[in-house]
Design a protein around this ligand. Structure first.
Ligand SMILES: C[S@@+](CC[C@H](N)C(=O)[O-])C[C@H]1O[C@@H](n2cnc3c(N)ncnc32)[C@H](O)[C@@H]1O
Length: 302
């Protein structure tokens, strides 16, 4: 298959893809890498020139390679149990705890069906007038453009995952377009899960990151999970794909049955000493020989 291709070129191309996406070596489709390299050579470039472009991670060719290996399969209300849990447990719990707004993140949103499904859940269950926002992020810019267009064919709608809440309307026979109210609360932005989401995005009450980490190496997955967990608001819920992790991410606790792969960040008042951020300057009382009453209040955390 790789006949005629310089092995150094192939190896470097795979390395670039792995470094940019976090993918495990065996999750990188060899045919896709070879197709891109052959197309580049067919344009008259010599292997050393291509190799030298691949030495820069953010080069146009590096992005062409990354685009070629990304898998964008998605559809509305995929794994409906997550959306049911959000509407039946997550949102009511957030409201009981005094939420003034609801925010959700679809991390690795591909063409946006997951983000819009989340928005439909928030709209269906939040009190009228409550500020709502869903952010969909992905590494693949063309997918984000499709998400912003918000029109979908039959492939995005599956019998196995019926629309649980109003999300789209029939557009022209077979196509659907996202309802204006759903679109209004949803936005899309490029972001790589290997880096923390910039702080301007704020914290989220619900994070869905499904069918993304499954392609990652274990170190990339661990790094991405730390970034995801940091973006979760206290009391917030994160949902991962079925086989993507075998234990609760650090600082989160499992919620619901294990197969749900749902994890919650403790609310501030529920945190144990061990879950407090390490950097929090804890004012320790100075030890003095004077006996203190056992019931004396603990010094307040600044
Ligand atoms: C199979 S789709 C999953 C879509 C949706 N989450 C779902 O479950 O239906 C995986 C998406 O993850 C994105 N992706 C892969 N690696 C990524 C990374 N390092 N940072 C951000 N997105 C990434 C891909 O571009 C693709 O759109």
């Amino acid at each position: 298959m790789s006949a005629g291709l310089d092995p150094r070129l192939l190896a470097r191309a795979r390395e670039v893809v792995a470094d940019t996406t976090g993918f495990r070596d065996d999750a990188i489709a060899q045919e896709a890498v070879e197709r891109v390299l052959r197309a580049e050579l067919a344009r008259g470039r010599v292997p050393t020139e291509v190799l030298s472009e691949l030495q820069q991670l953010g080069s146009p060719l590096a992005y062409t390679l990354v685009r070629a290996v990304l898998v964008g399969e998605t559809y509305f209300f995929r794994q409906p149990e997550h959306f049911r849990y959000i509407t039946q447990q997550g949102i009511p719990s957030a409201l009981r705890h005094g939420a003034m707004h609801l925010r959700a993140w679809s991390a690795g949103c591909a063409t946006g069906e997951e983000a819009y499904s989340l928005a439909a859940c928030l709209l269906a269950c939040a009190p009228a007038g409550m500020p709502l926002e869903v952010v969909g992020t992905d590494l693949h810019e063309a997918s984000l453009e499709a998400a912003r267009r918000g029109t979908y064919g039959a492939w995005s709608r599956r019998e196995s995952a019926p629309a649980l809440h109003p999300v789209y309307e029939l557009h022209n026979g077979r196509q659907v377009s996202i309802l204006p109210e759903v679109r209004k609360v949803t936005r899309f932005a490029p972001a790589n899960l290997l880096a923390p989401l910039p702080e301007r995005f704020g914290l989220f009450d619900f994070i869905l990151c499904r069918n993304v980490l499954t392609y990652f190496s274990s170190s990339a997955r661990d790094a991405a999970i730390v970034h995801l967990a940091r973006a979760l608001a206290p009391g917030g819920l994160m949902f991962l794909g079925t086989v993507e992790v075998d234990r609760a991410p650090p600082g989160l606790t499992r919620e619901g049955p294990p197969e749900l792969q749902a994890f919650r960040k403790p609310r501030l008042e529920e945190r144990t000493f061990a879950q407090l951020p390490a950097a929090l300057p804890v004012a320790m009382p100075r030890m003095t020989p004077t006996p203190r009453r056992l019931s004396a209040p603990m010094p307040a955390l600044p």
